[in-house]
Design a protein around this ligand. Structure first.
Ligand code: ASP
Length: 343
């Protein structure tokens, strides 16, 4: 009798997980993907079939851009029907941005897409790459009553699977490099894999899987700081072609009340710029109107980013602009959770 084994596709984009030291320059550089499987013979012991494909030129994730996201989404689209799950190997530096972007681009996803990477290269004696990779594959292959346990874009690092668009890279050294401060983990890896079903996205109906490939890069992020000058604020707001801005405010969404700040924001909103209020704090939510210092933003009808991360906010702007959401609906659509990225 032929047993149908779960099929997983590994997609290697680059990052430390597949890097080696170039001894002439002493820097870490990406190496040939074939060597990844050579380095983890344990992959052969997993009870699933694993195929792998790679970006033609694997990159350090600092070089990621919209074209790479489209390439990645297209790879998943092309192989969607052949595989039960996908594991994307990606540098940790911009992993939360890519994974957030992909969560919007892959609409009505019915299969797991798990991002992972590592802090130490796979060949390093103390590497975290093996555990991250092996458990990511196990999670991607996990089925409960014949259905995938996870059917959304996740990010696995150091024993935890998070909803990808809720994550932020919080540490450049620790193995625990990511956090999801506003949403609990979906899976915890210990002796057993503990799936927290109540927190996982559920696909209510079998809607058709759609891959969106149009993203608009005319966006920016501005982090407020005490002492910010008129010049800086106005220069950013007047960037030619700029269509949307993530404004990183203080605490629960507060900003200076100086008339020049309010006027500059007001004028740019009137010109059609979409401005989203996102907190600089790693956890918690924007509550416009709670303090006097956010009342002016509420009055300006600035978009409420609530508890969204900056990574999920900037990529959501790119996605909504790419999909030509009308100016009238833009605020309402942004303030609606599309893939579980906000409350
Ligand atoms: N610079 C690397 C990258 O993001 C770091 C990593 O892989 O974790 O590609």
């Amino acid at each position: 009798m032929k047993i149908n084994r779960t099929k997983i596709l590994l997609i290697y984009t680059g990052g430390t997980i597949g890097m080696v030291k170039d001894y002439t320059t002493d820097a870490l550089v990406p190496f040939d993907f074939e060597k990844l499987s050579e380095n983890i013979p344990e992959l052969g012991q997993l009870d699933c079939e694993i195929d792998s494909i790679s970006f033609d030129t694997p990159i350090d994730s600092s070089n990621m851009n919209i074209d790479h996201w489209v390439e990645l989404a297209s790879m998943i689209e092309q192989h969607y029907n052949e595989y039960d799950g996908f594991v994307v190997l990606h540098g940790s530096d911009t992993m939360s941005y890519t994974a957030s972007a992909l969560s919007y681009m892959l609409e009505n996803l019915q299969k797991p897409v798990i991002f992972t990477g590592s802090q130490l290269p796979i060949g390093d004696l103390r590497t975290d790459a093996k555990e991250n990779l092996i458990t990511s594959i196990q999670i991607a292959a996990l089925r409960i009553k014949g259905k995938p346990a996870i059917s959304e874009v996740g990010l696995y690092f150091e024993y935890k699977l998070y909803r990808a668009n809720r994550t932020t890279k919080i540490n450049a050294e620790h193995f625990e490099a990511f956090a999801s401060l506003n949403y609990p983990e979906l899976v915890e890896s210990g002796v057993h894999l503990k799936v927290c079903h109540e927190y996982c996205l559920k696909q209510k109906s079998k809607k058709k899987f759609v891959v969106h490939k149009k993203l608009d890069g005319n966006v920016a992020i501005l982090k407020l700081f005490p002492g910010i000058t008129k010049n800086v604020l106005e220069s950013v707001l007047q960037i030619p072609e700029l269509k949307a801005l993530v404004l990183e405010t203080y605490g629960a969404g507060n900003a200076p009340t100086d008339p020049w700040v309010v006027n500059a924001l007001k004028k740019s909103i009137e010109r059609g710029l979409h401005i989203v209020n996102v907190t600089q704090c790693s956890g918690g939510s924007v509550i416009m109107g709670q303090y006097e210092t956010s009342k002016q933003l509420l009055d300006l009808q600035i978009i409420n980013g609530k508890d969204i991360t900056t990574e999920a906010a900037i990529t959501k702007l790119m996605y909504l602009l790419g999909n030509n959401i009308s100016s009238k609906l833009f605020k309402t659509v942004f303030e609606t959770s599309l893939r579980g990225e906000m409350q």
